[in-house]
Design a binder for this molecule. Structure first.
Ligand code: SF4
Ligand code: SF4
Length: 426
């Protein structure tokens, strides 16, 4: 492993654009083992299949190769990564030492159970201390609903919400500001939404659910939040998931019409809370997804999965363009020749926010550098899009690019209270 000095150099984030690339991202599924029961996921503990985890040396070899290939953001996902806390901490440290600054991992929250046990604070202090030592950039905690019972029943993790509330101040004291991670689902409002046959009621039920969700997590002590879009994979579009975080459960199955309204509800709710909590979800992605599901799929910037973003599967340790293109096995990450990869993106087959959001945020920058005429044409044709995009970029800067090791600067966030007004049919 080559150790690198950590001197912030903005040019390393700009140079990829000159090579027709955007800063790279690698998601490593360290394990598919899990101890939760989420209906929205094929890796829940009740599913019977042979569980896997990556070998430590192999994972370090992948990280070395990622640093050499210029990958800027690295996530360790699961399954439940915190089952292997010590190993994940070691890998996070290792990644940091290779020069990868943006590292992420998270938990379903099981570590916060049994908050009334006498050793609770000591246990959480140890975990927070270890994570601080790892230099991780973002730590996420999944919360599926503003109703504690609904969340705990879905996850099969009783008592976890009060544990999170008790743990957050301890994490903050250690300089870790976790992000609440909402997997959008039909139960997030406590009970299933009304039928889409009344679109206004359907939309309003999600507006209400998003508002209550933000209020709820702010009340718990969170200072950052993200939303995962529902991953209802349509087999008709040729996808074959290697990542088990999909399910045929109705709780995450949404029709195109429903998705457009759910995304619109989130798009409209975010501005009300941008000054109260750092909200990662870029409104420009939601705007594009709404267009995808109303006007046509060509509207979104194509996804950078398989070009700048990659996924490593825990079962075979191989590389895939993402967690959902299982037919495109790219082999070992260290054997991947980045120069030989076709740099023309075209995939718009799913809504995986891990890859869709950065593709949508950075796509316009790449377009500005490579095809300025197309960029300005689009800016003129759809001024709402560019207004929202500019607002997102400014907001991300006010959020210190979601650095989960520092508290929010509420004075800077206050400038982002006003919503962008644009016309779009509900
Ligand atoms: S969503 Fe996460 S916590 Fe829930 S079963 Fe899947 S891997 Fe486990
Ligand atoms: S849109 Fe991106 S994440 Fe989705 S299938 Fe295509 S490459 Fe994968």
């Amino acid at each position: 492993m080559k150790k690198r000095l950590h001197i912030f150099n903005p040019f390393i984030y700009i140079t990829p654009f000159f090579k027709n690339r955007i800063p790279g991202q690698l998601i490593i599924q360290y394990t598919d083992r899990c101890n939760a029961r989420c209906p929205q996921c094929g890796m829940r503990v009740t599913e019977q299949f042979r569980r896997s985890m990556l070998d430590m040396d192999v994972t370090k070899k992948i990280i070395d190769s990622a640093a050499e290939k210029g990958i800027k953001a690295l996530s360790f996902t699961g399954g439940e990564p915190m089952i292997f806390l010590d190993k994940i901490v070691e890998l996070l440290k290792y990644a940091h030492d290779t020069g990868i600054k943006y590292t992420r991992t998270g938990t379903n929250g099981f570590i916060f159970m049994n908050p009334d046990n006498p050793d609770y604070e000591e246990r959480i202090t140890k975990i927070a201390g270890a994570l601080t030592e790892s230099n991780l950039y973002t730590f996420w905690i999944s919360i599926d609903s503003y109703c504690p019972d609904t969340h705990e029943n879905m996850r099969g993790l009783p008592g976890v919400i009060s544990g999170i509330k008790k743990a957050l101040p301890i994490f903050h004291k250690h300089g870790i500001y976790p992000s609440a991670n909402l997997g959008i689902n039909r139960n997030m409002g406590g009970s299933p939404p009304p039928s889409i046959s009344n679109p206004v009621e359907f939309y309003e039920s999600f507006r209400d659910a998003f508002r209550r969700y933000y209020e709820f997590i702010i009340g718990l002590g969170f200072t950052m939040v993200n939303a995962c879009y529902p991953m209802s994979i349509d087999n008709g579009n040729g996808l074959d998931a290697v990542y088990g975080a999909t399910s045929e459960s109705p709780v995450v199955q949404f029709s195109s019409d429903e998705k457009a309204l759910v995304f619109k509800a989130l798009l409209d709710t975010i501005p009300e809370y941008r000054d109260k909590i750092r909200i990662f979800s870029p409104r420009v992605s939601l705007y594009s997804l709404i267009r995808r599901y109303t006007v046509g799929e060509e509207y979104c910037y194509p996804c950078r999965g398989g070009i700048d973003f990659f996924f490593i599967d825990a079962r075979d340790g191989n590389t895939y363009p993402c967690g959902y293109r299982g037919k495109d096995n790219l082999g070992k990450f260290w054997d991947l020749d980045m120069e030989k990869i076709d740099k023309v993106p075209s995939c718009r087959k799913c809504d995986w926010e891990c890859f869709i959001d950065p593709s949508e945020l950075l796509g316009p920058l790449l377009s500005l550098m490579k095809k300025p005429l197309a960029f300005f044409e689009r800016a003129v044709k759809d001024s709402d899009y560019f207004r929202i995009w500019m607002q997102d970029i400014k907001y991300f800067s006010a959020c210190n690019f979601f650095d989960g090791r520092i508290p929010p600067d509420y004075k800077r966030l206050a400038d982002h209270k006003k919503p962008v007004v644009f016309k779009m049919e509900k």
